[in-house]
Design a protein around this ligand. Structure first.
Ligand code: NAP
Length: 289
């Protein structure tokens, strides 16, 4: 719960594995900048029966107020939901929780700050608010991206290497959206069919991420769409091969560091009741990745 005058926060991140998380760096910078004390710990909890017990213990600590709030990442964005009292409308729609806090009435609440974090960062890449967007990948993060874009009015086509995964995501997020979400297989012929007139391309696959940074989710043989902006959710490395290709083809591109910082700043605001420290977290983001 946000307590007036509270000066010390016990925060953390639940996920597995968490070896290279940059979240502690961002949140420690935000605590310091707000002249608050506290720690942001990592809670690596495997997705096993033992892990479920650890989750239970952690939720007891949250309810007792020993922890003030946590972030959640893969593989627990859905596993934590039975432990919560309520989901925010965004978390309920995306069916994924990345932030947990106690609300004013003492209800343990699951929120999703990936959605507004992505939209905030996207607005720095591209001014238009709608158009045609192609999303590569249909896993956990694609849920937030497809929901964010389709609710904002974009016509979205989601392409994945498992077409059934893309289809079920498209069906789910077509409900209540202004346009049907389309879906298809992530392969060259389909890309050539759906992408030539798109204005936005978003990579949500891990292809190109360290340690396999030579990878690119867009086939080498196919040119990138001519008038697209490229958003790559990957932030390690900061310049993926996909973004290098965009730059070579004079297309605007952006990595996922801004989204990660924005979702973290929004989570921090839920826990502390302060304004989201967007700039503090962006500046704290390690530039050596
Ligand atoms: P995920 O749930 O595992 O989903 C990944 C998606 O990419 C799945 O559709 C997966 O298909 C597909 N994929 C994996 N390898 C592929 C390949 N070689 N070729 C084609 N498709 C492939 O992962 P996630 O949580 O969505 O994360 C994806 C990426 O986004 C990671 O790099 C992560 O660091 C990044 N991310 C960034 C932020 C941010 O704030 N910037 C937030 C979340 C995630 P299969 O199911 O068939 O494997």
């Amino acid at each position: 719960m946000k307590l007036a005058g509270k000066r010390c926060y016990q925060l953390g991140l639940i996920g597995y594995p968490l070896g290279h998380s940059v979240s502690p760096i961002l949140h420690q910078a935000a605590l310091k900048s707000a002249a608050l004390e506290g720690v942001y710990q990592l809670f690596p909890i495997p997705p096993t029966q033992e892990g479920l017990k650890e989750l239970e213990t952690l939720f007891s600590r949250l309810r007792r107020g020993e922890l003030d709030g946590v972030n959640v990442t893969i593989p627990h964005k859905q596993n934590v939901q039975p432990f919560l009292d309520r989901l925010s409308p965004t978390a309920a729609a995306v069916r994924a929780v990345n932030t947990i806090y106690m609300d004013e009435s003492g209800q343990l609440t699951g929120e999703n700050t990936d959605v507004p974090g992505f939209l905030r960062d996207l607005s720095r890449l591209i001014q238009r608010k709608d158009g045609k967007a192609v999303v590569l990948g249909a896993g956990g993060s694609a849920r937030a991206i497809v929901y964010a874009l389709s609710q904002a009015g974009w016509e979205v086509c989601v392409l994945a290497r498992r077409v059934d995964q893309a289809q079920s995501l498209a069906e789910e997020f077509s409900q209540n959206a202004s346009h049907m979400v389309q879906s298809g297989l992530l392969e060259q012929k389909i890309l050539e069919k759906y992408s030539p007139d798109c204005q936005l391309l978003v990579n949500t696959t891990p292809v190109g991420m360290v340690p396999n940074s030579a990878g690119c989710p867009w086939p080498d043989e196919a040119p990138l769409p001519r008038n697209t902006a490229v958003y790559d959710l990957i932030y390690n490395p900061l310049q993926t091969r996909l973004l290098q290709r965009a730059r070579q083809e004079n297309l605007p591109g952006m990595n996922g560091a801004g989204m990660l910082s924005a979702q973290a700043a929004l989570a921090f605001a839920h826990w502390t009741g302060l304004e989201p420290p967007f700039e503090v977290m962006e500046q704290a983001f390690p530039q050596h990745l």
